[in-house]
Unconditional design. Structure first.
Length: 263
């Protein structure tokens, strides 16, 4: 289904917000919610590292309305860089890029990635890691969300997110490689490692398939992928790509450090 048809049927809207608690096939949403609320079910909770208290071991640099100059012209997005406080001067740090980065970085969110990266960097098993948290773009005429930590629900912003995340092209990978990473390196005053085995992309839902597709197109840049509930469905061709994933994943020079998580 193309985006225009999807919107024409109102599938991009929250059904309850538009129609209220109406009955569909003699069932109301509240009945379904109660039916699913069974004893023993639990919601996802942050890991122990995310719940650490006290001072953090890293700094956050925030760049609101960062502008893409070439790959997605006339769009802006928010960008955060999480850098260890004691970044070694004699080594190039590893890199993790987070799609929908505001959700991963949200201080009281489900992941709280700054605290998790602090634990990783304190352990030093994989060396030092810099986290880059990027939101989907929005047109320069589209207002920002009411909170920097929340997804922008403006239909125009959601459409741009789909263009960037659900498409099977190399455009988003080019944004990261040609624009975001050079900006991060300039900010740090040093290079990020060029070893793809120490550079990864993380995302959930449409951001999850986007992470995988970015690494698929640029295995020379990204050798690690973490996809939470990736939308390997036919939004912009991902359904077909999903059915071919086992064969593609074993192809030479393609990303081997993959985790596709459906929890």
């Amino acid at each position: 289904m193309d985006v225009e048809t999807y919107q024409r049927f109102g599938l991009h809207e929250n059904f309850t917000d538009v129609h209220g608690d109406v009955a569909v096939n003699d069932r109301r949403n509240i009945e379904i919610i109660k039916a699913l609320d069974t004893p023993g079910d639990t919601v996802y909770e942050p890991c122990a590292e995310a719940l650490a208290q006290g001072p953090t071991g890293s700094s956050i640099s925030y760049f609101p309305d960062w502008r893409s100059s070439a790959v997605y012209p006339d769009t802006v997005r928010d960008l955060w860089i999480v850098c260890p406080d004691e970044l070694a001067v004699d080594a190039s740090p590893a890199l993790l890029v987070f799609n929908d980065g505001n959700g991963y970085l949200k201080p009281e969110g489900l992941v709280r990635a700054q605290r998790v990266l602090d634990a990783v960097n304190a352990d030093r098993t994989v060396g030092q890691v810099v986290g880059v948290f990027v939101t989907p773009g929005r047109g320069i005429d589209v207002p920002p969300s009411t909170s920097a930590w929340e997804m922008n629900r403006d239909p125009r912003a959601l459409r741009q997110r789909s263009i960037e995340y659900d498409s099977m092209t190399d455009r988003y990978a080019s944004l990261l490689v040609d624009e975001v990473i050079p900006f991060v390196q300039d900010h740090l005053g040093r290079p990020i490692t060029g070893d793809p085995a120490r550079r990864g992309v993380v995302g959930h839902s449409s951001g999850g398939i986007c992470a995988w597709i970015a690494a698929w197109h640029r295995p020379d840049q990204f050798g690690l992928v973490l996809s939470h509930c990736g939308s390997f469905v036919n939004i912009r061709g991902g359904g077909g790509r999903c059915t071919r994933r086992p064969r593609l994943s074993s192809a030479p020079n393609r990303p081997q450090g993959q985790q596709l998580n459906a929890n």
